[in-house]
Design a protein around this ligand. Structure first.
Ligand code: COA
Length: 265
């Protein structure tokens, strides 16, 4: 059963059991990220976190053409240096919030994911690309640079050489190339994109939710610290999970040869 939660002006949030779908919703502007949209995206993820029972979220774009064609150029064209810094800070806060979420977020990139659109997709845990998807960091064409984490998350996702090439040239790449360089995990026929994302979301949602939350936390936080510190984070999380009902249920169910009924506790 699908239901619509809080209504926002530029973001749609739907729930289907433990799976939430968040849709960037300014299709007439190719879902360009203005202040309202980025603010509402942060609020939407905060609301999902607060609900306590979201296990996976899917992020996609409204309309047939775009995930998001970048930060809103019309809005940015009027910004002062202080306003631009504060807009970048907002994008960074929302990206950090998405990475800090207790549930995985799958980007279902249904068209253009340029500039801030590519950066928001990179703040998701992984990306599925429609065969119509196009990715790029074309900010240098406008005399600026990525401002929502693109220089850093793109390099961490695809390697420093390819990130430099994409950021310096502003080139736009298709879905196959995005998969080839490790930016997206898979190319999916456009019409199948959301059903593929939902199938994978449901599979993840059937696993132990506390384990998935800890797995995400260690994967995200571990990526930015020395290996020994990251392994210590992993060992602590592994140990802590043995204090959960889900761990007892998961192992008992295996031994009793039945599916586990996880509670997320
Ligand atoms: N900011 C603000 N508005 C945008 C936008 C953006 N990043 N991207 C698209 N739009 C708007 C267009 O201005 C147009 O609005 P209008 O109908 O009121 O004129 C509408 O969305 C449709 O875009 P349009 O350019 O007509 O579509 P297209 O199919 O011809 O081209 C793109 C698609 C993505 C190639 C083109 O829109 C584009 O280059 N966008 C900017 C990409 C970019 O540089 N992003 C990085 C920003 S930092």
């Amino acid at each position: 059963m699908s239901s619509q939660a809080t209504a926002y002006e530029t973001v749609l949030v739907e729930r289907d059991g433990h799976v939430a779908t968040v849709t960037l919703n300014r299709p007439d502007k190719l879902n360009a990220l203005n202040l309202t949209l980025v603010t509402e995206l942060g609020k939407a993820f905060a609301e999902l976190e607060a609900s306590g029972d979201v296990r996976v979220a899917i992020l996609t774009g409204a309309g047939e053409k775009a995930f998001a064609a970048g930060a809103d150029i019309a809005a940015m064209s009027e910004m002062s240096t202080a306003q631009a810094k504060s807009f970048a800070d907002l994008g960074h806060r929302v990206g950090a919030q998405m990475e800090g979420a207790s549930f995985p977020i799958i980007a279902a990139v249904n068209g253009f994911a340029l500039g801030g659109g590519c950066e928001i997709a990179l703040a998701c845990d992984f990306i599925y690309a429609s065969d119509k998807a196009k990715f790029g960091q074309p900010e240098v064409n406008l005399g600026v640079i990525p401002g929502f984490g693109g220089t850093q998350r793109l390099a961490r996702r695809v390697g420093i050489g390819r990130a430099r090439e994409l950021c310096f040239t502003g080139d736009v790449i298709g879905a196959d190339e995005a998969v080839r360089i490790g930016l997206a995990n898979a190319v999916v026929a456009h019409a199948e994109l959301l059903s593929k994302a939902r199938d994978v979301a449901k599979k993840i949602a059937s696993k132990g939710p506390v384990a998935i939350a800890q797995c995400k936390r260690v994967l995200v936080r571990g990526a930015d610290v020395p290996l020994a510190t990251a392994n210590e984070l992993e060992a602590q999380a592994f140990g802590a999970l043995f204090g959960t009902r889900d761990q007892r249920e998961g192992m008992k169910a295996f031994l009793e040869k039945r599916p586990a009924a996880f509670e997320g506790k």
